[in-house]
Design a protein around this ligand. Structure first.
Ligand code: TXD
Length: 313
C-alpha cells in the first residue's frame, strides 16, 4: 500500500519540526513547501540524511512549487509571520491574511481534496480566511490550537502533582488567546476530578499560566515563539486523520449550532477520523464555563470582524 502524503506549507520552525516528527512516526512521505528558496530543500535533505539512523524510509522533499503538494492526504499550514515586538494585532492580521490568501489558492488548485489543518496565527482568523478562500467543507478544514493549549494545561497539572502526563486529561476550548477556556469540570487525574488533588486557588494559578503559556516561551526565547509543542499538536491531529483513529481532540472547528454558536470557528471537542472533523462533541459545561466560552466566542467574532475590516469586506 502506497505511503500517505503529508504536505507542510511553511518550512520554518514548526514546519521543520513537524516533518521530523512525521518521519520518525512513519506517518507517510513529507513535502515541505516554502517561498524561501533553498529553505525547504535544505531542511528536507538534512532530515532525509537522518533516515538510515532512526530508521525511516519516508521520502522528505523540499519545494517552492505548489505542484509538488498534489495528492496530499493532509496539509498543514504554518506559513506566516510570528508577531514581532511593536507589531499590533491588526498589523499581524494584515500581513498573515495576505499570506493565507496566497497559500489557500495554492492548496485549492493543487490539493483540492486534502484534509487541511491551519496553524498560523492569529489562528481563529486564519482558519476562517482559509475556509473562505479554499471553499473547503467544514469537515476538511480545522484549526490547531486547543490540542496545544490543553497539553500545556495537562503538563502544568502533571508537574504540580508529580504524576505522569498520561494520567492527566484536560480540554481547553474557545479562542486561541488569553480568554481561552480551561474546562475544569473535565480535568481529571487518574480519572478523578482534579480538585480532589489541587486546591481551587492553586488550580486558578495553573489555568492562568496555561492562558499565558505562549507568551512565557516567547519571553524566554526572545527570538521567536514556541514550535516543538505546536508541531507535536498538529501532527497528533494529522495522525488521528491518517490512521482513522477517531480521537476526540479540542480543535478550532466550524460551528453550525453546536454550543449555541453558528457561522464561525471556535475551539471545541471534535472527533477526528478519516472523514476529517467527523463530529463536534457537546460537553455539559458549568454555568461559569459556558459564560467564559461565550466571552471567548465573542472575542473570536471581534477578531473576524477586524479581519473583515482589513480585507474591506
Ligand atoms: O497554537 C498555534 N496555532 C500557534 C501558531 C502556536 C505557535 C506558533 N503559531 C504560529 O504558527 C506563529 O505565530 C506563526 O504564525 C506560525 C508559524 O510559526 P513558526 O515558528 O513556524 O514561524 P517561522 O519559523 O517564521 O516559519 C514560518 C514560515 C517561514 O519559513 C516563512 O518563509 C514561511 O512561513 N512563509 C511562507 N510559506 C509559504 N507561503 C508564503 N506566502 C509564506 N510566507 C512566509
Amino acid at each position: 500500500m502506497a505511503r500517505k502524503k503529508i504536505a507542510l506549507i511553511g518550512a520554518g520552525n514548526i514546519g521543520g519540526t513537524m516533518a521530523h516528527i512525521a518521519a520518525i512516526r512513519g506517518l507517510g512521505d513529507v513535502v515541505l513547501f516554502d517561498v524561501v528558496e533553498g529553505l525547504p530543500q535544505g531542511k528536507a535533505l538534512d532530515l532525509t540524511e537522518g533516515g538510515p539512523i532512526e530508521p525511516f524510509d519516508a521520502t522528505i522533499t523540499g519545494t517552492n512549487d505548489y505542484k509538488d503538494i498534489q495528492g496530499a492526504d493532509v496539509t498543514i499550514v504554518t506559513a506566516g509571520l510570528a508577531r514581532k515586538p511593536g507589531m499590533s494585532r491588526d498589523d499581524l492580521l494584515s500581513v498573515n491574511s495576505k499570506i493565507m490568501t496566497e497559500v489557500s489558492a495554492g492548496i485549492r488548485e493543487n490539493a483540492p481534496d486534502t484534509f487541511l489543518i491551519i496553524v498560523s496565527n492569529p489562528l481563529d482568523a486564519m482558519v476562517t480566511l482559509a475556509r473562505r478562500e479554499t471553499g473547503f467543507p467544514k469537515e476538511r478544514l480545522v484549526g490547531m490550537a486547543g490540542v496545544l493549549d490543553s497539553a500545556r494545561y495537562r503538563s502544568f497539572v502533571a508537574m504540580e502533582l508529580g504524576v505522569s502526563v498520561e494520567s492527566v486529561q484536560a480540554m481547553v476550548l474557545g479562542g486561541h488567546g488569553d480568554d481561552m477556556v480551561p474546562i475544569r469540570s473535565s480535568c481529571t487525574v487518574g480519572g478523578a476530578p482534579v480538585l480532589k488533588f489541587i486546591s481551587e486557588e492553586r488550580l486558578l494559578e495553573i489555568e492562568t499560566r496555561t492562558r499565558k503559556a505562549g507568551g512565557e516561551v516567547v519571553a524566554l526565547l526572545k527570538t521567536g515563539s514556541a514550535y516543538y509543542s505546536p508541531a507535536t499538536a498538529a501532527i497528533r491531529m494529522a495522525e488521528s486523520f491518517l490512521k482513522d483513529k477517531g480521537e476526540i481532540l479540542p480543535c478550532a472547528a466550524y460551528l453550525e449550532g453546536e454550543y449555541g454558536y453558528s457561522g464561525f470557528y471556535l475551539g471545541v471537542p471534535a472527533r477526528i477520523g478519516a472523514g476529517g472533523v467527523e463530529e463536534v462533541i457537546e460537553f455539559d459545561l458549568t454555568d461559569d464555563e459556558k459564560k467564559a466560552l461565550d466571552e471567548s466566542a465573542s472575542h473570536v467574532q471581534d477578531l473576524v470582524a477586524a479581519l473583515d475590516k482589513i480585507l474591506g469586506n
